[in-house]
Design a protein around this ligand. Structure first.
Ligand code: DAH
Length: 342
């Protein structure tokens, strides 16, 4: 019996050496181990073996079967792996260096300037926070000291949702959430999209971007505000800039200012960008009103703060020399991709 098994084994080994297709391997398996396979036939002969030898012959048969089965299985695995490898190597070959034919995207100029500003502020220890675009009426107005029926609400008419929430009119709407989230000392900036019910023209959009900043600590003063803004603007305009403050009014700051920068394009001599005035109005700001601090759970007797609301679109227009704010939301790729980083 052992001889017969060895014969079959050798036959299998010899056959397999010439097989390269999985289907041929499968056929050989049937030929040997199938219902009327060569080895199966040997098992059928077991019934004619004398009873006292049956056990031994049975063992020999089973061992032979396991061995032959393993030999065929190994070849099957080998062929399956080779088939996968073959697919990887030839059929699925993708040359990633070939041009796609499709146009590559680029960053929006506003995104580029926003990232630059974020980088400068984070290097000065500010966290970058996100703000909601849909805000509660409380956060957008009341928390920043613009109560119901206050005339300042008229300056920021916006889009109201049926549930009484609003599309935020300014990034100041996020002040309350962020001042509540941290405990002083706080240094945070939060860029975001804002909305107003505006007639659209070259310098007004109903959808625009601001970048708000807050600093809350012991003894924060206007000096801190000027320092941080000067640092940021000098890095963005890549030269030491001069700023000046004029009085302004905002319900959430006391005192409030308008910060101007000496025109970095003509150094104040007068040019079309500064409309020959030598200064560019850039950023409303001020000392955070004690009530705004109180609304966020911060004791104004212990801490003071300053805030600013930079117009990101305005900064973008300055850095790209665009003079129509509508271009920024236009989706005009011919124009916008001139400024984008590929
Ligand atoms: N939220 C104001 C606006 O959109 C801008 C502003 C003014 C923000 C003064 C400030 C600030 O943080 O201190 O018109």
């Amino acid at each position: 019996m052992q001889n017969k098994i060895n014969e079959i084994k050798n036959y299998v080994i010899q056959k397999l050496s010439g097989i390269n297709a999985q289907a041929d391997c499968q056929a050989l398996r049937v030929e040997i181990l199938g219902k009327s396979g060569k080895l199966t036939e040997l098992f059928k002969q077991l019934k004619d073996v004398p009873a006292e030898e049956k056990g031994k012959v049975g063992q020999i048969l089973n061992a032979g079967k396991s061995e032959i089965d393993a030999i065929i299985s190994n070849k099957e695995k080998e062929l399956a792996n080779a088939a996968i490898q073959n697919e990887i190597n030839s059929a699925e070959k993708i040359d990633i260096t070939l041009p796609t034919g499709a146009e590559c995207g680029s960053l929006h100029p506003r995104t580029i300037i926003q990232r630059e500003i974020e980088e400068v502020f984070t290097s000065m220890g500010f966290v970058v926070e996100d703000g909601n675009e849909v805000e509660t009426e409380y956060n957008n107005f009341t928390a920043v000291n613009v109560p119901e029926n206050h005339p300042a609400r008229d300056m920021q008419d916006t889009f109201w949702l049926d549930n009484g929430e609003v599309l935020k009119t300014h990034t100041s709407a996020s002040q309350n959430r962020i001042l509540k989230k941290y405990t002083p000392p706080i240094r945070a900036i939060f860029p975001g999209r804002c909305f107003r019910n505006e007639d659209v023209d070259a310098s007004h959009e109903n959808t625009f971007f601001q970048l708000e900043g807050v600093i809350v600590d012991k003894d924060v003063s206007v000096g801190n505000l000027i320092y941080f803004m000067k640092e940021m603007l000098s890095k963005i305009f890549k030269k030491q800039v001069e700023v000046r403050l004029r009085p302004g009014f905002f319900p959430f700051t006391e005192p409030s200012f308008e910060m101007d920068v000496r025109c970095p394009f003509c150094d104040g001599k007068g040019c079309p960008t500064c409309k020959n005035g030598g200064w560019i109005e850039l950023c409303p700001c001020g000392m955070i009103h004690p009530q705004v601090l109180r609304n966020s759970g911060i004791d104004p007797e212990k801490f003071s703060g300053c805030a600013f609301g930079l117009g990101l679109d305005r900064m973008t227009m300055l850095s790209t020399n665009l003079n129509d704010i509508r271009e920024l939301n236009s989706g005009n790729l011919k124009l916008l991709k001139q400024f984008g980083v590929k």
